[in-house]
Design a protein around this ligand. Sequence first.
Ligand code: BTN
Length: 270
Amino acid sequence: MASPSPRLDAVLHGPGRFHALVHLPQTTSTNAELANRPELPTGVCVVADVQTAGRGRAGRSWENHPDDPDGSLLLSVLVEPPLDLALTPLAAGLAVADAIGRQVGDAPRANVALKWPNDVLLRGRKVAGLLAEHHPATRAPDRSVIGARVIVGIGIDVDWRDVQRTDATSAWTSLGEVLGRSVDRWDLMADLLIALDTWLGQLDQPSHHVLDIYRARCTTLGRRVRVGVGGDEVVGHATDLDSSGALLVTTDAGAVHAVRAGDVDHVRGV
Ligand code: BTN
């Protein structure tokens, strides 16, 4: 299919790992679309204008712009599992932050940051989220082997200036609201694919700096946090990440919890 933007076209025809675009007017979820189509090769990117059952982390839903396909980027990419599989979500988060940072340029106080594990914040509000899913090798109905794959689903709120926020202190924002101008979702996607290729490539190196760079850009570290883990809650200081990317939370009593998945609230005060 022809790409909707020359920049994206150049990326898809370039040396990187992404080489095909499936652009759907509507689907349930671009992650589900890739999961349900085992015939698709790695390197495919699925973009939808609308998702009817967009999936967020922890079983939540993901909303697209209510009536403008250009207002959201809803993208899933299919890749081979990198050598350092555990850090895939963090590396992909860095890629999203880079792509957003390119759009933001030197816009005053726009401040692109990562909230653990991979929410991307602009001026302290969420502008993008990411859902990475590992599918181990399996067999197709005809008994042929489908190799292990990773689906990285990314949702970016591109321009929601025409959507009335119900709450002035909304935890959400969009690039358009921060920059005061429209942003081309296809050019944003081109930047994103370049960044994803770079950061996922890092994870294939026997030695890499993904964790160090993530630490430097993660606004959660050093903060007091409240983390929901299963039915429990851990409150303490986010002190570091372990080698698998788990968040280390030190409670006031000095216990250290390694949080592998969970929802983090940044708590004000010390
Ligand atoms: C989160 O922050 O909760 C993760 C959100 C991930 C949303 C994207 S939109 C494209 C892809 N398809 C989905 O169903 N989810 C991801």
